[in-house]
Design a protein around this ligand. Structure first.
Ligand code: AMP
Ligand code: MG
Length: 418
């Protein structure tokens, strides 16, 4: 039986990045870039003031203070019509281009108008002079309050590299460099199919022997949160012909996630049906708890559409979720062109913990990311069907196989839940 790392290696080896597509930038949030993005402009496009104030020649402030003649007022979006020379200044607003001759800006808060002075109110100065201003900065450094042209990026600079994941910030950068369309790796298309004669839809009150299908909504949501486009195929009964037809439909997706029917019961028909449809088994059973019966295989598609990855997750909801986190989420990340596949960390046990069992266990737990140190509290284990306890968890604590007791403060490996 494979251990989790070996099984994950095989899943990742089969998970090929999807082909790139071109999308509107606004539809690319969360996707990985499939191209380098180059700036078409300098940013800022000109030397600009980063405050509201007065553009000056540094020499005028050699004595620490100055009284200067105001030539004009420049607001953001406008351009200066005069140069600044000794004895003169231009009133300048944040973002406006620095006038020729000026090499520093003094904040408006460090100025006082002298006598009768007018403001042009943002329109082009109609008067030759706007009066005089006294500048009294407590400190002065030549070059102050100026952002130089192209310090953020120059035309031709690569601003984002292929593979970079597009967050809100990157959508801002794309807009800044004029890119409204981008080449990205699209979301993997995933289908979820629950199997089991005992299953009823959530809106139905279960009759004798029946339970509600909690896996489908959970797996659909988990897949969407992991960045896949997801389709719910509903419930397949444990009958070969029904399973065959519904699985065949699911094999059209990039990833088919099945729940149930992969253990050793008389109605665990999923592996046989998958193989009859040409899906090649890569592994069946992984050395872990919960979720040991997990089945993974690949359908090769000859038409260059890319393979379909098939995960047969065990039906118990906690097993299904653990299988999803360990194997399906990393596969989605790889198909989507993302590098990071799982978020493991380490934390100290908040209290003594006893592990018993011959398989490595992924135990529902609460991770507290304390200021100095993270701690982990395993929750009381009530079995693989206990989704309710899992809902209190934000992590899985990973315990190696064996019978042993760990003292409070011992360090354990932790997988954060997505
Ligand atoms: P199986 O893997 O099909 O043997 O199912 C294992 C256990 O999980 C059984 O107790 C099933 O009733 C339960 N189970 C299977 N599928 C689901 C599902 N979709 N939602 C909730 N429980 C399920
Ligand atoms: Mg079943």
């Amino acid at each position: 039986m494979l251990n989790v790392d070996e099984a994950l290696e095989r899943v990742l080896a089969a998970s090929q990045r999807r082909c790139a597509v071109e999308l509107a930038a606004c539809d690319a949030l969360g996707l990985a870039l499939a191209e380098d993005v180059v700036s078409d402009i300098d940013s800022p496009p000109h030397d600009k003031s980063i405050v509201d104030g007065y553009a000056v020649v540094s020499g005028d402030l050699a004595g620490g203070e100055a009284e200067l003649e105001i030539l004009e007022e420049v607001t953001a979006g406008d351009v200066p019509h005069h140069a600044v020379s000794p004895g003169k200044t231009i009133r300048i607003m944040t973002g406006a281009p620095l006038p020729e001759g000026a090499d520093a800006v003094i904040m408006v808060e460090q100025s006082e108008l002298v006598g009768d002075t007018v403001s042009s109110g943002g329109t082009r100065a109609a008067v030759a002079s706007l009066g005089r201003v006294r500048l009294t900065p407590p400190r002065f450094t030549p070059g102050q309050n100026i952002m130089r042209r192209a310090v953020s990026m120059a035309a031709g600079d690569r601003v984002l590299a292929a593979g970079h994941e597009l967050r809100a910030i990157e959508l801002g950068v794309l807009a800044e460099v004029g890119r409204t369309r981008v080449r990205v790796i699209p979301r993997p298309r995933l289908a979820v199919l629950a199997t089991g004669n005992e299953l009823v839809a959530p809106e139905i009150r279960p009759g004798p022997g029946q339970i509600r299908n909690s896996n489908s909504p959970m797996l659909v949501a988990a897949a969407r949160a992991a960045g896949a486009e997801c389709c719910d195929l509903g419930i397949a009964r444990d009958q070969p012909e029904v399973l065959r037809a519904m699985i065949a439909q699911g094999l059209e997706a990039d990833v088919l996630v099945l729940s149930g029917g992969v253990s050793a019961g008389v109605l665990d028909l999923v592996p046989g049906v998958l193989e009859s449809l040409g899906v090649k088994q890569v592994f069946h059973k992984v050395n872990l708890k919960p979720g040991k019966p997990l089945w993974f295989g690949v359908l090769k598609r000859p038409d260059g559409r890319g393979d379909t990855l098939v995960f047969g997750l065990p039906g118990n909801p906690v097993s299904s979720l653990v299988g999803f986190e360990l194997f399906v989420r990393p596969a989605i990340a790889r198909l989507a062109g993302r590098e990071s596949v799982a978020e493991y960390t380490r934390a100290r046990l908040a209290a003594e913990f006893t592990h018993r069992g011959d398989r490595p266990t992924y135990h529902a737990a609460v991770l507290h990311s304390g200021e100095e140190q993270a701690t982990i509290t395993p929750l009381k284990w009530k079995g693989s069907a206990d989704l309710n306890t899992l809902s209190a968890a934000n992590a899985l604590a990973c315990f190696p196989a064996g019978d042993y007791t760990l003292a409070a403060g011992e360090v354990v490996r932790v997988l954060k839940l997505g």
